[in-house]
Design a protein around this ligand. Structure first.
Ligand code: GLP
Length: 253
């Protein structure tokens, strides 16, 4: 595990975008795992800017998003399909047929989970997975639980997550109660992982992810067992971390 601590939210996005861009330069047909939420927006903006300025080419890239709300169609402005179009895909030259998200409108979520896993495998697996982190240390929508959920599955959202995500909705009662999310195994199978976090409200979750016990009570803690993970933080999100952590390389930008 390595940790990069940056001065600001914008700088966090730049560092993350550099890693994603490097992946695409090295392997133009990379398969990226992508995240929604406010955290990765500065990374998406930077990648779009690099696409515009120096022609970073997404024409052979495939993307798989982590999750989607159940019951939300892609044209619903609060769906993650819509979020990704608005914040990223419409600004780059990715091919629509290479963009995948779980289908929140599927009738059978077990079958949809299986379909999604097969799709990922058929594209050769995920090269680089981008993650945010919930205040309760969830990744994707893998909420704290008594066990790690393996593959893409239906999730009942925690009250804390519903409250946190209500800022994107008119009222808390509009937030869906269920989602479909990649599982922990899906995420851990990725070759490389980057986790982004900014703001003081993520500092406890980051501490648990990096320094806590590996436990399904703090799903992000599983990343301590991944062979290639970079945690990219602004200084507020890093504020509870000790200055040295055994086995972890810390870079302060
Ligand atoms: C959401 C998403 C996660 C995201 C997290 C943090 O509910 N399912 O993938 O990483 O919560 O969101 P934000 O970046 O808006 O703080």
């Amino acid at each position: 595990m390595r940790i990069i601590i940056t001065e600001s939210y914008e700088q966090m996005g730049v560092e993350a975008a550099n890693i994603v861009a490097g992946q695409i330069y090295l392997k133009p047909d990379s398969v990226l795992g992508l995240a929604t939420g406010s955290t990765p927006v500065s990374m998406y903006q930077r990648l779009a800017a690099v696409h515009k300025s120096v022609g970073l080419d997404f024409s052979q890239v495939t993307t798989f998003n982590l999750d989607e709300y159940i019951g939300m169609s892609p044209d619903n402005p609060q769906s993650y399909h819509y979020f990704m179009q608005e914040n990223f895909f419409r600004h780059i030259n990715i091919r629509p047929e290479n963009v995948f998200l779980p289908d929140g409108m599927a009738d059978d979520m077990v079958a949809e989970g299986e379909r999604y896993e097969k799709l990922i495998a058929s594209r050769g697996g995920i090269d680089l997975q981008v993650l945010g982190i919930g205040q309760n240390a969830h990744i994707g929508f893998n909420e704290p639980d008594v066990k790690f959920a393996a593959t893409t599955h239906k999730v009942e959202l925690d009250e804390e997550t519903i409250q946190a995500n209500s800022r994107f909705f008119n009222s808390v009662s509009d937030v869906p109660r269920y989602a479909i999310s990649m599982g922990i195994k899906t995420i851990m199978m990725a070759e490389h992982v980057i986790l982004l976090a900014n703001g003081r409200n993520k500092a406890e979750a980051v501490y648990k992810a990096v320094c806590g016990d590996v436990t399904p009570e703090a799903p992000a803690s599983i990343l301590q067992l991944h062979r290639d993970v970079a945690i990219i933080l602004d200084k507020q999100a890093a504020s509870l971390l000790p200055s040295a952590i055994r086995g972890v390389q810390i870079t302060v930008k």
